[in-house]
Design a protein around this ligand. Structure first.
Ligand code: SF4
Length: 328
């Protein structure tokens, strides 16, 4: 048996990671009717990993609790935020508040944001917009959510409702941890060498999402010394985060897993090779979740001299205790 070797350090980030959140999701009684929408996945399951920065745009804009319920209303070619009963237009004050609040959030190094779905202020996507005939279409975005996304284009953003989908949940948390590592890379006086090491460590993770984006990013990294620092950082961040938003399909993951298996070809016996190949195929066909072949690969990477592989973020893009890969 090959000797057990020490694995090189994978890029990691100190915990907890700071995320913005709609205050009502933490159980704060800030809704228009004095209620809340506590989400226990956030307050319990994620509590050890994330530090929450709560924002209730409507309350903090001075609308009080209780307050008249609001909705998005179309008319005259624009969408306005209005009180449902009186029709009073609250757009300007919420837009003013949002611009100010997102400026204040800049100093907090947020690595993600969780928004309350369906809210005309916080909803990120498919918020109801009512037309003058009283019909609603799910095509709007909350006013605060819009200001947030414009101010932080690379920031991982999700709605709590979508976290019930295992694939979306895994992808969001994967992006949060990746964004935190990226911010850590670009903090202070970063070097070309650190960029290359970061990019190398994320190779398999990027390949699982988008081999094309990995190649584009590689070409960018090759030019790092010839590009202005600010331009390089902005381009790399944009393309890196855009790549991770693409779905890591079973097919692409299976390709990456087979690539990993190639590192053990000469190091493990034929039975162990066959066992690994079978597990990857079972994963590709949907019989077992991703955690199954990954666990075996991590085991082999620990036991054998595969320093490059052991340093890949793909093997542990987020804490295994969150069990996110048990369901995808
Ligand atoms: Fe406040 Fe947003 Fe929650 Fe509404 S959805 S109560 S505006 S935090």
């Amino acid at each position: 048996m090959s000797p057990r070797v020490a694995a090189p350090e994978r890029p990691s980030v100190p915990l907890p990671i700071r995320l913005g959140v709609s205050s009502c999701l933490l159980g704060q009684e800030v809704r228009y009717d004095g209620g809340h929408k506590r989400d226990r996945y956030l307050t319990d399951d994620l509590a050890d990993y994330f530090e929450w920065v709560p924002v209730c745009p409507e309350l903090e804009a001075g609308m009080g609790v209780p307050r008249p319920a609001l909705r998005l209303q179309s008319g005259s070619g624009e969408v306005r935020l209005v009180e449902i009963k009186s029709g009073a237009d609250r757009t300007d004050e919420l837009e003013r508040f949002s611009a100010k609040r997102v400026r204040a959030l800049r100093g907090l190094s947020l690595c993600g944001y969780l928004l309350k779905k369906d809210s005309p202020s916080c909803g990120w996507t498919r918020v109801k917009v009512w037309n003058p005939k009283g019909m609603a279409e799910r095509k709007g975005q909350g006013l605060f959510a819009r200001a947030l996304c414009e101010a932080f284009p690379g920031l991982p953003v999700e709605e709590e409702g979508r976290l019930r989908d295992a694939a979306l949940r895994e992808n969001f948390i994967e992006r949060v941890f990746a964004y935190a590592r990226l911010k850590q890379l670009f903090t202070g006086r970063w070097t070309a060498g650190r960029v290359v090491a970061f990019h190398t460590a994320h190779k398999l993770q990027l390949m699982a999402h988008s081999p094309a984006a990995y190649r584009t990013l590689g070409a960018l990294v090759a030019e790092v010394a010839k590009t202005s620092r600010a331009e390089f950082r902005d381009q790399y961040e944009h393309l890196f985060m855009e790549a991770l938003e693409k779905r890591a399909t079973r097919g692409r993951n299976a390709n990456v897993l087979n690539h990993c298996a190639g590192y053990f070809k000469k190091r493990i016996d034929p039975d162990a090779r066959a066992e690994l190949a079978d597990l990857v195929e079972e994963y590709r066909q949907g019989f077992v979740p991703l955690v199954v072949p990954i666990t075996l690969i991590r085991h082999h990477a620990r036991m054998h001299d595969t320093a490059y592989l052991a340093g890949q973020t793909y093997l542990e893009p987020h804490p295994k205790e969150l069990m996110l890969r048990n369901h995808v």
